[in-house]
Design a protein around this ligand. Structure first.
Ligand code: NAP
Length: 479
């Protein structure tokens, strides 16, 4: 394993925090400290901003092919180092190694995808309606960006933003979550090796997110915020962006409905439920949060899901054969425990799981609850853990109304063998993405994002790069 990078990455150089501060990174499987990383403060944020601003003009002028090739090289380097990156991710975040390897591939794919998009940034020209004036349209990078990412997909949430920013010609400051800084620092090392010019990407790891980010957003030099995280923090940052009219992309929380009709193929629905619920131990914005199952098949679906969930092996993500790693920290686990206790108090039956194991680490068992009351707190909260909460329904209109009865609208899952019904219900869901007879929607080639309080804008797909580009229109009279 190559050296674990623990310093700030500013202007192409590795550096300690200006005030020398460091912060611990914990292993959620043991609760032990893995290492310490630099803990940036406002002075470091100013240095990173200066580096990004200074690099912007030259970077914007770089040939799209050159930007594309850096991304392509970085894609290859990430894949070559899959094992190393997966171990790093598992150590700081907890997910089993097999899932971590899957995330490495997913993360790398954003670089390949945007290496292909970098050379396809279009423009246009045309004649205006008066017949005399011509218009010339070009697309230009928005300028220096602040990228703020969460801990749940430490590598992919970074590449999903860095890929299009590089492709578009933007410079950036990345602020990863304090629980998982190591993957982001490793990524910066790879991009440097791939030939990214100094100052284009700067990484500030910090436990002082507000002190670091607010001056950047209010200062007028950062032109764009791309944020992935909770709706509460997203709302706060939107308000901070208002002062300097900073452009925003917001990938926020979800409360995904998972709807199983009585004509669904239950083998397909249960397989998909295992993915939609258990990917990343349930710590995903796309995680199925509310299972609405038609009354006629609810008992069988619950029994089959409980069997599969009960057979999963829980343990440290580095151990062979483990399916479910620890949750991110004690706070995250405490929230899951409280939500389950509240549901049980309101009458839910525990088919499997539901008890926190003794011992070190932040483990929580795969859990299936049935007869969940609609008043339970977990109906209106992201569970962010391995807990499936099942409710029953009787007809299509009712389930659509209940599924949409939430301020969030990221993703929904629909299971039916009827094409008409599948499309009708998909179109009726107030969400940005639908899994129709599948439990996985994430794909770098598809536009990822939500409606309502799940966010603004899209990441990935053909439109992902648009978030980092502005139009410029030049009027040319022809006399
Ligand atoms: P979070 O608490 O909102 O934090 C996300 C990031 O924002 C972290 O880096 C955090 O750093 C930072 N942050 C918090 N307060 C800040 C402030 N005042 N100024 C600047 N940055 C600030 O979310 P999380 O717990 O890490 O991640 C889970 C959430 O992310 C869930 O709601 C999940 O649904 C959502 N998510 C959404 C998507 C999507 O694509 N829609 C994808 C993944 C996750 P600190 O921890 O230091 O505060």
């Amino acid at each position: 394993m190559t050296e674990v990078l623990t310093q700030l990455f500013i202007g192409g150089a590795w550096t300690d925090a200006a005030d020398g501060a460091t912060m611990p990174v914990d292993d959620p499987a043991t609760g032990e400290i893995l290492c310490h990383v630099a803990d940036a403060g406002p002075k470091d944020a100013r240095l990173a901003e200066e580096a990004a601003v200074q690099a912007q003009q030259d970077w914007a002028r770089t040939a799209p092919r050159a930007r594309s090739e850096i991304l392509r090289r970085a894609h290859e380097l990430i894949l070559e180092r899959t094992d190393e990156l997966a171990h790093l991710m598992t150590s700081e975040m907890g997910k089993p190694l097999a899932e971590a390897r899957g995330e490495v591939a997913y993360a790398a794919e954003f670089f390949r995808w945007f290496s292909e998009e970098a050379v396809r940034i279009d423009g246009g020209c045309g004649t205006l309606p008066d017949g005399r004036n011509r218009m010339l349209l070009t697309r230009r990078p928005v300028g220096p960006c602040l990228l703020v990412t969460p801990w749940n997909f430490p590598l992919a949430m970074g590449t999903r933003k860095i890929g299009p920013a590089i492709a578009a010609g933007c410079t950036m400051i990345l602020k990863p979550a304090p629980q998982t800084p190591l993957s982001s620092l490793a990524l910066a090392g790879i991009l440097k090796e791939a030939g990214l010019p100094d100052g284009v990407l700067n990484v500030v790891t910090t436990s002082r997110a507000g002190e670091v980010c607010e001056p950047l957003l209010r200062g007028g030099r950062i032109r764009k915020l791309s944020f992935t995280g909770s709706t509460g923090v997203g709302r706060l940052l939107l308000a901070q962006c208002a002062d300097a009219v900073v452009r925003t992309s917001m990938e926020l929380g979800g409360n995904a409905p998972f709807i199983v009709f009585d004509d669904a193929d239950l083998d397909v629905a249960v397989d998909a439920a295992m993915v939609a619920k258990m990917r990343n131990m349930g710590e995903a914005c796309t995680a199925a949060n509310r299972f609405f199952v038609h009354r006629a098949v609810a008992e069988e679906f619950g029994r089959r899901l409980a069997e599969r969930m009960g057979a999963l092996v829980v343990g440290p993500g580095t151990r062979d054969g483990v399916d479910v790693g620890p949750l991110i920290d004690r706070t995250g686990r405490g929230k899951v425990e409280e939500l389950v206790a509240d549901a049980v108090e309101r009458g839910a039956q525990v088919l499997v799981g539901g008890r926190t194991p003794e011992g070190p680490g932040c483990f929580y068992p795969p859990t299936v609850l049935t007869d969940v009351s609609p008043e339970s707190r977990l109906m209106g909260t992201e569970i962010f853990g391995p807990v499936a909460a099942i409710l029953t329904f009787d007809d299509e209109d009712e389930v659509l109304r209940r599924a949409n009865d939430t301020p969030w609208g990221l993703v929904g899952y629909v299971f039916t063998q009827g094409l008409d019904r599948g499309l009708r219900v998909s179109e009726g869901l107030e969400v940005g993405m639908v899994g129709l007879n599948t439990g996985l929607v994430s794909n770098p080639a598809a536009p990822f994002g939500g409606v309502k309080q799940s966010g603004l804008g899209r990441e990935g797909g053909r439109v992902g790069i648009d978030e980092f580009l502005e139009y410029q229109y030049v009027a040319v009279p022809v006399r």
